[in-house]
Design a protein around this ligand. Structure first.
Ligand SMILES: *Cc1c(COP(=O)(O)O)cnc(C)c1O
Length: 357
């Protein structure tokens, strides 16, 4: 069996040591005689798995004590609804839209209340400058997408929005570098890009923002109820919770988010430096706003796209097709993608230019 370098945008590659541990523990977790998949979420073994994952995530990300951590389901897409249902509280919300996911988030909010688009560039190839944002000082929150997965555009710093709670969809850059959680009212992320398998969604919310949920919201979306029931208001995604917990431990063993962030920066620089040096390839994103997680590029001749992808898959480099909305190529290089994967990709790109460019 050979592992490929999987550049899929999500579900995405996971650390090999995590997969190996899952394999080793699959039939008998720590002498219980059963798989984590088969355990009651109310019994001690799973309760300990859940608590340890939460403690490790708190440690890795440096989550302050006045924040609750929720392990929910429904992905970021469910949070597009849950956030306004919990936080609007009769007010309006501001949305920064700098890509396809931000556009979906603001559209969902508009079902439940007033959603202002406070900034939206004509082209999703840069982060809109902060001084052009039309923010409402009385907004319930300001929502943005730190990393737009489809366009490959990423905020390099956390924007200052004053005292209005800042809410962020971190789905594709969660745990990719150090983060000051205290600057946020709420952050959320589906696990399947950078932190685990599909099925679990992390919500980290400042305590004072709980308790204003719209009464018509489904109970499983009410952050306060979920928090009071320790994310076990209903059966949680137990296996995804367990695997994510192993990923948090892996991050610790790799040196934590500082080391992970440096590596991610090196990985993305390797690709951007090569793309910028080779006229056959082009990246459309403003240099200062390029994503460390999703590197997009086009070929000088789009008629060669299919050949490029076919050759890449044959070379053990699958998952490079750009999102259908933007075309071209995209390499998703989340935490678990080794530096060697990016180097092999650059070699393949060089060879493709040499033979077909
Ligand atoms: C993938 C992604 C989503 C959608 O996530 P689901 O878990 O499929 O709902 C939302 N936002 C961003 C930034 C994403 O990358």
């Amino acid at each position: 069996m050979t592992r490929v370098f999987n550049f899929s945008a999500g579900p995405a590659t996971l650390p090999v040591p995590v997969l190996e541990q899952v394999r080793d523990e699959l039939l008998d977790w720590h002498g219980t005689g059963m798989s984590v998949m088969e355990m009651s979420h109310r019994d001690k073994p799973f309760m300990s798995i859940a608590a340890e994952a939460e403690a490790d995530l708190r440690e890795v990300l440096g989550v302050p004590a006045n924040y609750k951590m929720l392990f929910m389901q429904g992905g970021a897409t469910a949070q597009f609804a849950a956030v306004p249902l919990n936080l609007l509280n009769g007010k309006a919300a501001d949305y920064i839209v700098n890509g396809a996911w931000g556009a979906k988030a603001v559209k969902e909010c508009a079902k439940y209340g007033k959603a202002n688009t406070a900034a939206k560039p004509d082209k999703f190839n840069h982060v809109p400058a902060r001084d052009g944002w039309k923010l409402d000082p009385n907004a319930a929150y300001v929502h943005y997408t730190p990393n737009e997965t489809i366009e490959g555009v990423e905020f390099q710093t956390v924007p200052d929005v004053g005292s209005v709670p800042l809410v962020a969809d971190f789905s594709s850059s969660f745990l990719s570098r150090p983060l000051d959680v205290s600057k946020f009212g709420l952050i959320y992320a589906g696990a399947q890009k950078n932190a685990g398998p599909a099925g679990i969604t992390f919500v980290i919310v400042r305590e004072d923002l709980l308790g204003t949920c719209n009464p018509v919201a489904p109970s499983i979306f009410d952050y306060k109820s979920v928090s009071e029931n320790e994310s076990m208001l209903n059966t949680p995604a137990t296996f995804a919770w367990y695997v994510s917990g192993l990923v948090f431990k892996w991050i610790k063993s790799e040196g934590g988010l500082a080391a992970i962030g440096e590596r991610n920066h090196r990985k993305s620089s390797l690709l951007y430096d090569y793309i910028d040096s080779e006229p056959f390839y082009a990246n459309p994103v403003a240099k200062a706003d390029r994503s460390w997680m999703n590197v997009v590029w086009t070929l000088a001749d789009a008629n060669l796209d299919a050949d490029f992808l076919k050759g890449a898959a044959k070379a053990g480099l699958p998952g490079l097709k750009g999102h259908r909305a933007v075309g071209g190529m995209r390499a998703s290089i989340y935490n678990a993608m080794p530096e060697a994967g990016c180097a092999v990709l650059v070699d393949y790109m060089k060879e493709f230019v040499r033979t077909q460019g």
